[in-house]
Design a protein around this ligand. Structure first.
Ligand code: FES
Ligand SMILES: [Fe+2]
Length: 351
């Protein structure tokens, strides 16, 4: 008797597009600034990577992130109550513990739902003032470690978080960040990006966890380079040189994440970082709050206005040129990641 082995069907372009429409799995994503979640405060319901989640801070101050769905009748747990060590659904009072176990069904004590681990619980941690959540696929529910870049790890850097929801496909924020040339045009009237050539040739340089995309022959003049990092979290690092009037700390750095909400909205995180310590840190914070912050929002508004309303699928209308090599490479990388993840899921019978 012969056995026929059937190979799982290859992953199609359409499946990859669909998978990427709400982000990349098996990564840590920042979902919300920490300050929005208070100890013993109201639970907060969010959509991230197309999934409904509820965030709450228990009586010890620890952040908890769970699926925003009561196991009884599937209403949002975020409309329930934070009882300190558990969430209580407002509809019929079912109580859920921090690990997702049903602790009590007050309407019918002893019912089989009690003791069941019925609510998905997401690994989470707080870094540089934001809540990071691990979105793993069915084969990677346990998180990989995330080592934040030194700019977000405290120490010698000061990082100020700026957060906004933009109506835009998430990947276009990464495209924007991997496109240094737009600084010279879109932000030409900004206080720091008016210098440098309006023409340039770009080169890419590999790193262990990503790549640099940089202007050839021009450094520390304008927004001259971007670095994509994919190290169990996907982010872009860039620097903008500052004039002496911009205060201490040398170049002004930005660490940017665009956490997908769904395919039309993105939760944008921009950490503004400078290498300052001691009194310089105080000077920089003061300067930032009093003088720089409105200017930075103005620059971000220029980005938002140009990207607002951009839906997935615009690639078919594009005619790219050499300056777009960084984002082409980024897109290729994301397709490779998606194909690998989907292939593994399919081989395991989970996709
Ligand atoms: S729906 Fe939550 S307790 Fe009934
Ligand atoms: Fe920009």
């Amino acid at each position: 008797m012969s056995t026929t082995l059937t190979r799982p069907a290859a992953i199609t372009e359409a499946e990859i597009r669909d998978y990427l429409s709400t982000g990349v799995r098996n990564r840590w994503w920042p979902v919300l600034p920490s300050r929005f979640i208070q100890t013993n405060g109201k639970p907060v319901g969010l959509t991230r990577l197309g999934e409904k989640i509820v965030l709450w801070r228990d009586h010890t101050g620890t952040i908890r992130v769970q699926a925003d769905r009561c196991p009884h009748r599937a209403v949002p747990l975020s409309r329930g109550l934070n009882e300190g060590d558990r969430l209580r659904c407002n509809y019929h009072g079912v109580e859920i513990g921090t690990d997702g176990t049903v602790l009590s069904v007050p309407g019918q004590p002893g019912c089989p739902l009690e003791g069941k681990k019925a609510v998905k619980t997401y690994p989470s941690q707080e870094i540089a003032g934001a809540v990071f959540v691990w979105f793993g696929d069915a084969l990677h529910e346990e998180p990989e470690p995330f080592t934040p870049p030194p700019q977000l790890a405290g120490g010698e850097y000061e990082a100020i978080l700026c957060y906004a929801d933009w109506e835009m496909f998430w990947r276009y924020l990464y495209d924007n960040n991997m496109d240094p040339m737009h600084g010279t045009f879109l932000h030409a009237n900004s206080h720091t990006m008016y210098q440098g050539d309006t023409q340039a040739h770009f080169v890419t340089r590999d790193t262990e966890k990503g790549f640099f995309f940089e202007k050839e022959g021009q450094r520390d003049v304008n927004f001259d380079w971007s670095e994509l990092v994919d190290d169990n979290a996907l982010y872009v690092r860039l620097e903008i040189p500052y004039p002496p009037s911009g205060g201490p700390g040398g170049n002004f750095g930005i660490i940017s994440f665009g956490c997908p909400i769904d395919e039309n909205w993105t939760a944008c995180f921009f950490w503004r970082v400078r290498k300052v310590q001691g009194w310089q840190r105080d000077v920089w914070r003061f300067l930032y709050r009093t003088r720089m912050e409105p200017r930075h929002w103005h620059v971000l508004e220029q980005d938002r206005e140009i990207l607002q309303g951009q839906r997935p699928g615009l690639e078919k209308f594009e005619m790219l040129y050499q300056h777009d090599a960084g984002l082409i490479r980024l897109r290729r990388h994301l397709v490779q990641v998606a194909r690998k993840q989907l292939t593994e899921l399919r081989a395991a019978g989970k996709a």
